[in-house]
Design a binder for this molecule. Structure first.
Ligand code: SF4
Length: 476
């Protein structure tokens, strides 16, 4: 190294040489008076206090120091947020912390994982068509993911992943990493879908689709809506059509209507009949009624069979959120004529809206910790995988519970809103940095070949004057 004032950071493969008073490329490490320091404080969780339990103060401005008392709850939990990374991974994790939980000696191995294999799954509660499945999702014009299979009342995106981070151009990797980082840290990200919509997505907030804030998540598909509200409609109206891009429901034909005694109305609906009163593909997807491209619902009604229909027949058409509705009566030519919604039907439309949950965007971070990161926990990495599989080791991310996928490796998912703020970082390789903790009994840790000679009691970590600590409320 030419300049003796430079400090070399070896916490990731970039190996920055950092000038005095400056931070490295990821802003996570800095040169402070010639020493390499982690810029962000180490986050210590104060677990949620159960009613009636005693609070043990800690990090309370100096006067309320940890008193050494081992308590069941609230407990202090050293998260990996701000813990730093040891690279290459064969070095022990930055913190291996012992504590007593319910009288049992436990160990938590704490590290900030650098994840090249990671991404987010985004659930967007909306009926509005975002774009065809498999179409690319772009941020700043760069492909960062794709539209994946929709779920019940929600559109789904799969963003990030190793291919966008590493296989595309340099800009694609950088933009993908930045979009993932912002989404995981709870920031709003604007994205566009090829041949589809523009969406602003922020974890835990309503999605904004094509500039419009989405307020309601559908009550169900068209068929389910018929099932839920048939009784409230029966006797007040002759026909109800719940317009839905997936399964449009027709009261008079639907099992729910038949059971109540609804008479045939002779209505003819566009699309493919699945089972009685349930129609698929009545229109193309879009931003109209029930996630279709229909702006006038009569577009999906091709006529009425005079054998069953009669003038004056009353028909309600409604979307799956109740957001759109229209009331018609048939004229002498059996053509629907729009009329004001009768007061006794208004209530049922309002009831649909009332039963809609608030529309939200949900962001789940998903990553594979089954790689070399395990070597920071144990000298025999596969034993950690087995131990997680056997539920001997609990995995958390910033203290938040994670779902570990069955099968090989340690592939996990976590709701980013459960982590303390600013829990995620990045390195310009590019890859995301995410906290991960492994907690297990001390004896099990020793048995799986853990770095037991690096274990430090939690009290010692909390009193370590070289550390900057930040307390946060625990989610788990
Ligand atoms: S990018 Fe960050 S972690 Fe990697 S070497 Fe530079 S300062 Fe260290």
């Amino acid at each position: 190294m030419a300049d003796p004032d430079l400090v070399r950071c070896d916490a990731c493969p970039v190996t920055c040489y950092i000038k005095p008073g400056k931070a490295g490329a990821c802003d996570r490490y800095a040169n402070e008076d010639g020493k390499l320091v982690r810029v962000d404080p180490l986050v210590v969780l104060e677990h949620t206090i159960e009613a009636g339990e005693k609070v043990v103060p800690f990090l309370g401005g100096g006067s309320a120091e940890w008193d050494g008392e081992i308590v069941k709850s609230p407990s202090t939990f050293i998260t990996a947020i701000g813990a730093g990374t040891t690279y290459p991974d064969y070095k022990p994790a930055p913190f291996i912390v012992s504590s007593k939980v319910e009288g049992i000696d436990t160990v938590t191995v704490v590290t900030e994982g650098i994840f090249s294999y990671c991404g987010v799954k985004v659930k967007i509660d909306t009926d509005r068509h975002l774009g065809p499945e498999r179409n690319l999702v772009r941020v700043d014009g760069e492909p960062v993911g794709h539209v994946t299979t929709g779920e019940y009342g929600s559109q789904m995106l799969s963003l990030g992943g190793v291919n966008h981070l590493t296989h595309g151009g340099k800009k694609e990797g950088r933009v993908t990493c930045d979009a993932l980082l912002r989404l995981c840290n709870g920031e709003a990200v604007e994205m566009t879908v090829d041949a589809g919509a523009t969406a602003i997505i922020q974890a835990g907030k309503p999605p904004v689709i094509n500039g419009k804030i989405e307020e309601r998540m559908r009550v169900g598909c068209g068929s389910a809506t018929i099932g839920m509200f048939a009784k409230q409609w029966y006797g007040k109206v002759d026909e109800v059509v719940v317009v839905d891009d997936h399964i449009t429901g027709v009261l008079s034909e639907h099992q729910a209507g038949k059971v109540l005694g609804a008479q045939d109305t002779g209505i003819k609906i566009r699309g493919r009949k699945s089972t009685p009163g349930r129609y698929f593909h009545v229109a193309e997807p879009g931003s109209g009624w029930g996630g279709t491209n229909v702006m006038d619902p009569l577009e999906i009604v091709t006529g009425f069979d005079p054998k069953h229909a009669k003038p004056g027949l009353r028909m309600l058409m409604v979307s799956t959120t109740g957001e759109q509705h229209a009331y018609y009566e048939l004229n002498e030519e059996l053509k629907p004529v729009e009329k004001d919604l009768p007061a006794n039907l208004q209530e049922s439309v309002d009831r649909i809206a009332e039963n809609c949950e608030p529309a939200l965007s949900t962001v789940l971070f998903m990553a594979g910790a089954g790689g070399s990161l395990r070597a920071g926990v144990t000298e025999n990495p596969v034993r950690l995988t087995r131990s997680v599989r056997q539920a001997i080791t609990r995995v958390t991310a910033g203290g938040a519970p994670v779902y570990v996928w069955p099968g090989g490796g340690i592939t996990y998912m976590v709701d980013v809103t459960l982590l303390p703020e600013r829990a995620f970082g990045y390195v310009p390789t590019p890859a995301l940095v995410a906290p991960i903790e492994f907690t297990l009994k001390l004896e099990d840790y020793a048995a799986l070949g853990g770095h037991v000679d690096h274990v430090r009691p939690v009290e010692e970590v909390l009193k370590d004057s070289s550390l900057r600590l930040r307390s946060a409320k625990g989610a788990a």
